[in-house]
Write a protein of this length. Structure first.
Length: 239
């Protein structure tokens, strides 16, 4: 496909999976490459009764303007059986690494819909790397089994991780994953815009490495919202 040409999502993959599962989830993340703020995971759930006609204009959130994304939130929520957006904090990213933090946020989103009776039987995940399913042995698996010190947070051990179907460019090709991407992007952008900001320009850069953000890092140093385990540009130039 030529660069700049929008891919329009469809329901082919999710409808195939709905032949054998009551609920199918689409999962997408936002904030993975940011220098600051949480990493956020959106989960969208569809079922056999979900309308074939998904919201007009739905697409990968990266292909949409902020205004269009925000306008899609209410129609997307109405179209879905259920949805959740969950986060892992900068401190959790530093503690677990980005993949562990993504999985933690994904489990939190899954727990949210499971508590309302809508746990998906299978997940469609964008890309080629399954960050939701833990390898064995794995720290987060140990947490789930209770094999961890009491002071460490542990996910709900009763919640199994559903099987994952990887789909390249699922956020652009699969309607349920596009829905998850829109919900996650809008919520995380709002969180970043609402943060106390002494000069990092969160509202405009959402924690990514913009020139204004790097200028703020140079002048102010790292804040509690920064991922301190990462190499943060600008800090080595502070005088």
């Amino acid at each position: 496909m030529s660069r700049g040409v929008r891919t329009h999502p469809d329901r082919r993959v999710e409808k195939e999976l709905l032949q054998t599962h009551n609920y199918v989830g689409g999962l997408d993340e936002v904030g993975r490459g940011a220098l600051a703020g949480p990493v956020s995971v959106g989960l969208a759930v569809v079922g056999p009764s979900t309308d074939d006609a998904f919201p007009d204009g739905l697409a990968d959130s990266k292909q949409l303007t902020a205004r269009v994304r925000t306008g899609l939130v209410a129609p997307v929520r109405s179209w879905l059986v259920d949805y959740a957006v969950a986060h892992a904090s900068p401190a959790e990213i530093d503690e677990r690494g980005i993949v562990g933090a993504l999985r933690l946020a994904g489990l939190r989103a899954l727990q949210g819909v499971a508590e309302r009776g809508h746990a998906p039987g299978v997940i469609i995940l964008d890309g080629v790397a399954d960050w939701l399913t833990a390898p064995q042995p794995d720290l987060l698996s140990a947490l789930e089994r209770g094999e961890c010190p009491d002071e460490m947070p542990r996910p709900d051990a009763s919640l199994p991780t559903p099987p994952v179907r990887m789909e390249v460019r699922a956020d652009a090709r699969c309607a349920v994953v596009a829905a998850a991407s829109v919900l996650a992007k809008v919520e995380r952008d709002a969180l970043m815009a609402d943060l106390d900001d002494p000069g990092y320009r969160w509202a405009s850069n959402k924690g990514y490495a913009s020139p204004a953000h790097i200028k703020g890092l140079t002048a102010l140093g790292a804040s509690d919202q920064h991922r301190r385990s990462w190499h943060l540009p600008g800090l080595d130039r502070r005088g």
